[in-house]
Design a protein around this ligand. Structure first.
Ligand code: BYC
Length: 324
């Protein structure tokens, strides 16, 4: 045993030892610190996927801004969608500290090479979907993302603090939309229940594949990027939903859902992992539409980027002249 420890000590460079010590001490890795290449890659993967999710995530709700049922609802929805754009920007900035450019990340997204959350490939046919997204999708995001405020990479953890504060407001507004509908007419109650039926299972899929099929979890947990496994967070989410569903008066669409005293876990029906894999493979209900919309927006915004770059170039040239 002593030999192994000695060997390890000989093999580990001072930089690696310093990195391990930061992780061990539950401290933060900062952009200037040395980090293993695989740690950097994992973070770029997760943070850029997360940023893309926020940006693509503006579309399903953006769909309802012009049709919100009142001025108040419209103003709230616009603010929420703008918050999501903001989250995307903080996250792209955090990823940029790892040595990838915003242009590269954007290109990966519009080429269809980058992943973004499966949840945003489902349609939003009714107003109640705005409630279900807020309650279920933002609720799942909070469960998943609060532990990320303690992620080992400083810029990511700090971005997550503000994001989570805003997400918790988003969840409450979704809950309130559903509560209002559930206190309304029979047709409104049916519309709310229908939206919950459609969003419940996809929201459970947001946590990722089951633990025994999650290739990245073990390493990400060892590096303290992830603090809990996919299944642990999924269980925690269900525990949060059950009492809230009772207050709302909606039924969670799983006849097998019950608390198991012996295992201390929620028993539930099997998630349709084929559906999850199809969505990840680009064959979900709205994948093509979401990506096309993002591509169009990118092309339509080209003149704004060009104008901003030209303005920056002129400012820099003028500053140069002033100095000379
Ligand atoms: N959708 O080994 P695993 C939001 C991929 S919330 C698509 O478990 P990991 C918002 C995974 O990337 C949504 N892909 O991976 C809310 C991996 O593929 P690669 C975004 C998924 O990273 C409201 C493969 O499957 N939230 O933005 O350990 C309004 C194997 O999975 C999904 C975040 O991104 C999925 N659902 O764990 C607006 C949170 N699940 O990369 C916006 C940060 C798994 O190896 N991310 N995959 O090709 C995370 O916490 C983790 O990355 C995950 C996955 C829990 C999502």
């Amino acid at each position: 045993m002593t030999t192994t420890t000695l060997d390890e000590a000989v093999e580990r460079s001072p930089e690696e030892a310093a990195f391990d010590a930061i992780i061990e001490a539950d401290s933060r890795v900062e952009p200037r610190d040395w980090m293993p290449e695989a740690y950097r890659k994992t973070l770029i993967r997760q943070i850029s996927q997360h940023a893309h999710s926020e940006i693509i995530g503006m579309q399903p709700e953006g769909n309802w801004i012009t049709r919100a049922p009142s001025l108040k609802r419209k103003a709230i929805l616009m603010a929420k969608v703008q918050d999501e754009a903001g989250h995307g920007l903080y996250l792209y900035s955090a990823a940029q500290t790892l040595g990838i450019t915003r242009d590269e990340m954007t290109q990966q997204l519009i080429d269809g090479r980058a992943k973004y959350s499966s949840i945003f490939n489902y349609p939003t046919p009714t107003w109640a979907d705005m409630g279900a997204i807020g309650w279920l999708v933002d609720g799942a995001a909070i469960c998943n993302q609060v532990p990320l405020c303690r992620a080992s990479y400083g810029p990511y953890a700090r971005a997550m603090i503000r994001i989570c504060k805003e997400e918790s407001f988003h969840q409450r507004q979704g809950f309130e939309i559903l509560l209002t509908l559930m206190q309304g007419t029979e047709a409104q109650r049916e519309m709310a229940q229908d939206a919950v039926d459609r969003w419940y299972w996809p929201s459970l899929m947001m946590f990722g594949p089951p633990d025994d099929e999650s290739p990245n979890s073990a390493q990400s947990m060892a590096w303290k990027i992830k603090r809990f496994s996919n299944d642990e967070l999924r269980q925690r989410f269900i525990g949060m939903l059950v009492p809230q569903a009772e207050i709302l008066g909606v039924t969670l669409p799983d006849p097998n859902l019950r608390w198991n005293e012996e295992t201390g876990r929620w028993d539930m029906s099997e998630i349709d992992w084929d559906e999850f894999r199809e969505v990840l493979a680009g064959r979900g209900p709205c994948n093509a539409e979401r990506l096309q919309r993002r591509r169009d927006a990118h092309e339509e915004g080209a003149w704004v980027r060009e104008a901003a770059a030209e303005y920056a170039r002129k400012q820099a040239a003028n500053a140069g002249k002033a100095v000379a």
